[in-house]
Design a protein around this ligand. Sequence first.
Ligand SMILES: [Zn+2]
Length: 373
Amino acid sequence: MIMNGKRIAAIALCLQCIMLSRCIHYTRTDRMRTTMRVSILENAQTVMITGIIGATYCTDKKISAQDKFPVLVKGKHNTVIVNNKTYHGNLELLNVNNAIRVINIVDMEDYLKGVVPCEIGRISPALAEAAKAQAVAARTYACAHIDQYASLGFDLYSTIRDQVYRDMSVETELTNQAIDETKGEILSYQGRPIEAKYHSTCGGQTADFNDAWPGTPPPYLQSVRCTYCETSPHFTWEKRYEAGDFYAGLRMKLKEIGSAIPDSEYIKNISLIRNKRSKRILRVEITTKVRTYTIPGYQVRALFGDKNDPGDLLKSNYVMLGVKDGKIVLWGHGFGHGVGMCQFGAIEMSRQGKTYKEILQHYYTGVKLTRMR
Ligand SMILES: [Zn+2]
């Protein structure tokens, strides 16, 4: 990256340049503001910063957890460098429990430039409509989560906890163009930005909201048929276990999710009760000689996941359980929570000539495409 290539000596005066007060102002109550605050680094003891601190342009200035905070860094030509990574916008550094948190204060459209390529992956110009659908979904998600962590001083994590956001090195011409061509567009329901959930692969049928989370389901996040993601490497999968390993792992996971079964209780049967529409598991009933334990569907991925799965979560809760060749087998479909837009499906719809509006309307039931105000 050109911004990383040239290094000049740090300017000694920088030590005096750490601003001691006043955060960069933003209005917490304006739900449609267009500047996002994204936590891009946490729990750091030191961080190297290039940008304008106070009135001085500093290059690779070392900030340590012992310095005074907050530290505000203004971008030169709207760019800052954090540990050799270049970002749009400005920074605010906070001290949290004797460690540094770096918050990138970035225009919504610039934020999306670091999100869309991470979330949709590398795609060809023929699949531009999928990139545009991803841009609108990611913009909508961000709008709906403004002030999500207001007490911590930011809106979004830069990980799968919210949306994956990286520095400018991930940007591509194609994804930047998709963002530009949908500038300001979001999905709304009854005048508010929707919870624009999306996932890698649904496996043939997307999930209902409650298949993944408890609570009141938004009417636009309901299961729909998806005939587009069969080419995904995650469309079907299976996992095999020796019976002893499976039950030992199951008991350990039951403990972790707060539904421990005493070791003295022999497990006689495991029943999977399904959501007829989405085919996901509504609840798991584990019967011992003493009683039946019920685990809700939204805990299935944690219940059957193991250390070989990303985040210790089973790839999806669209799964069957059985025995084959003396092994216990989980046969599954899809990857992710399954709610909202199926990304592999969106790519295939784009390949088949569907527009980004058609893609979004397929996966989000009854929503409107509107503009941020
Ligand atoms: Zn799908």
